[in-house]
Design a protein around this ligand. Sequence first.
Ligand SMILES: Cc1cc2nc3c(=O)[nH]c(=O)nc-3n(C[C@H](O)[C@H](O)[C@H](O)COP(=O)(O)O)c2cc1C
Ligand SMILES: Nc1ncnc2c1ncn2[C@@H]1O[C@H](COP(=O)(O)OP(=O)(O)OP(=O)(O)O)[C@@H](O)[C@H]1O
Length: 181
Amino acid sequence: MKVIRNGILSLKHSVLTIGAFDGIHLGHQSLIVKTVNRARELAVPSVVYTFDPPPRVYFQKQMLLTTVQEKLVFLRKLGVDYTVIANFDTYFLSKSAAEFIEELKSLAPHEIWIGPDFQFGKGKTGSIKDLSEQFNTYTFPVVKCSKGEIISSTRIRKLLGNQQQQLAHELLGRNRLQKID
Ligand SMILES: Cc1cc2nc3c(=O)[nH]c(=O)nc-3n(C[C@H](O)[C@H](O)[C@H](O)COP(=O)(O)O)c2cc1C
Ligand SMILES: Nc1ncnc2c1ncn2[C@@H]1O[C@H](COP(=O)(O)OP(=O)(O)OP(=O)(O)O)[C@@H](O)[C@H]1O
C-alpha cells in the first residue's frame, strides 16, 4: 500500500472511498472491502481518502480510537492500494465542497463508495448529491450490530466511556482483522 500524506496523488483510474474512518470498525471495514473488491473487478487501484485528526476529534475533542499508524496497518490488511491522508487543519477545513471535488478529480475515480449521510467541505455543505453530479457515486448500506443498532465511531466511544469494553471490541471487529493476517 502506498501512503500519500498531505500531497496530491494523480491516478488514471481508481475506485475511491472517503471518510474519517476512526476505529476502522465493522461498518468501515465492510465499506472499504467493497471499495477494494470493486477496484479489483475493474482492475484499477483502490484508494482510501482519510483525515488526520478525524474531524470529530478536531472540532469536538472526542476520543481518538485509532492513531494514523494503526489505521494504516488495518487499511493495508484490508488490501487497499493507496491511502491519502489529508492534514485536517484550518487550511484544509476551509476548502469549499466544490474545491474538494476538484481535487478528487486527480484520482480519476470510476466509482466512489460512501456510507449514508456523507458530508464534506467547509461548513459540511457538500452532499452525496454533489458528489454524484461529478462521479459515479454509490451509497453503501449501513452496517448494524446483531441487535439492529447502527455501528459508528461515536457509539464505540460512548461504549468505551461506559466501561462496555467487550461490545466496543466486538463492533471494532478486531478479531476479523486479525484473521486477515
Ligand atoms: C474539504 C473539507 C472541509 C471540511 N470542513 C468541515 C467543516 O467546516 N466543519 C465540519 O464540521 N466538518 C468539516 N469537514 C468534515 C466533514 O464534515 C466530514 O466529517 C468528513 O468529510 C469525513 O466524513 P465522515 O465524518 O463521514 O467520515 C470537512 C471535510 C472536507 C473534506
Ligand atoms: N455502520 C456503517 N455502515 C456503513 N458505512 C458506514 C458505517 N459507519 C460509517 N460508515 C461510512 O464510513 C465512512 C466514514 O465514516 P465516519 O468516519 O464518519 O464513521 P462514523 O462511524 O459514522 O463516525 P462518527 O460516529 O464519528 O460520525 C462514511 O462514508 C460513512 O458513511
